[in-house]
Design a protein around this ligand. Structure first.
Ligand code: SF4
Length: 337
């Protein structure tokens, strides 16, 4: 077992890391009373650090409300941070002025869960995909049509789809349109926020395979947010597990699926169905519901639901420790003393 590392030491300064998130916090004030005083904060993201290597996928998992989506939006600066650092390709995203942020935007994109609500119903698909390309003058006008056709084909759409409207497509095809719209801007990093959760299982696999193919072809980097561990296992290179605004475990995919260390990760992973009728996995049932991030438990936030909770757990916040190369966990069970 190696030395415990503090969050400050957690992120490696490394050119390979296209995304570097360090001690990121995002708190939302809770106001009340006659003068709308701030009475407290919802700690949606509470001191989170990780990095993502260029050309890889980091899966981010956890129950609803654990802060996954807020992390994605804060990385893209769709919402402001409270404190901490988010670097994209070495650039401190939250320090950019409006003009520089606009210039950077095409390089960092997002794909949402519900493709229908993120597509304008009154625009034909060709215009939806090409609107920002034209606005940002990413390709010469003479090459525009050919460029949009190529992007659509790469995403499994046909040229004649250009003149059709979003309501004429199935859910899976609409997600392909959203992916094409993001891809047309020639991004390097894409936050995929539950991109297949609203789709039928058979269509999910097609979209995941499309994302993998595009990653290889365009050297894309993904942050893949999902509550579906089977999907995360299929697409990710590394996996982070979140609980109530904290990253509690982080490792490469093989290591975390083979040997989940944090009791919360163990409970989550015990619910993954195994395609073997003779295999009897122990299902760990989590007692109680996830506490409010406005009033989280002291010490380890998971102690109210943890079957291994000890005295120290309600008193002290566990530090992130590296247990084997690249496999980090925040839990007092692994304290050296
Ligand atoms: Fe459970 Fe304690 Fe570890 Fe938290 S620190 S996960 S309460 S054993």
């Amino acid at each position: 077992m190696s030395e415990a590392v503090r969050y400050d030491d957690f992120v490696e300064e490394n050119d390979e890391n296209i995304i570097q998130v360090k001690n990121l916090k995002k708190y939302y004030p809770i106001s009340g009373g006659m003068f709308s005083q701030v009475k407290g904060y919802v700690k949606a993201v509470d001191d989170v650090s990780f990095d993502i290597k260029r050309g890889t996928t980091m899966g981010l998992v956890g129950e609803s409300g654990c802060g996954k989506t807020t992390i994605g939006k804060t990385i893209l600066r769709l919402t402001d941070k409270t404190s901490g650092s988010v670097k994209f390709d070495g650039i401190e995203i939250h320090d950019l002025n409006r003009r520089d942020l606009r210039a950077l935007r095409p390089r960092i994109q997002i794909i949402f869960q519900d493709p229908y609500s993120s597509l304008s119903p009154r625009m034909p698909v060709g215009e939806i995909i090409g609107e920002a390309v034209r606005e940002k003058k990413l390709v010469p006008e003479a090459e525009f049509d050919e460029y949009i056709t190529r992007i659509m084909k790469d995403c499994g759409l046909q040229e004649y789809h250009k003149d059709r409207y979003p309501h004429e497509f199935s859910g899976g095809q609409r997600q392909r349109i959203c992916i094409a719209r993001a891809l047309a801007l020639n991004p390097e990093f894409i936050v995929c926020d539950e991109p297949v959760s609203a789709l039928d299982v058979s269509i999910q696999a097609q979209i995941i395979n499309l994302l993998k193919d595009l990653q290889e072809k365009y050297d894309l980097t993904y942050l893949f947010i999902s509550h579906d561990l089977s999907v995360v296992e299929h697409i990710s290179d590394t996996v982070g597990v979140m609980y109530l605004g904290n990253l509690v475990e982080y490792a490469d995919k093989e290591s975390i699926f083979r040997n989940p260390l944090h009791p919360y990760t163990q409970a989550l992973f015990s619910a993954i169905p195994v395609p073997d009728p003779d295999f009897k996995a122990e299902r760990i049932i989590l007692e109680g519901s996830i506490p409010s991030p406005a009033n989280p438990p002291s010490g380890c936030k998971f102690h109210t639901r943890c079957r291994y909770a000890m005295d120290i757990c309600s008193r002290e916040v566990p530090l992130m420790q590296e247990m084997e190369e690249g496999h980090k966990v925040a839990c007092h069970l692994y304290n050296k003393e």
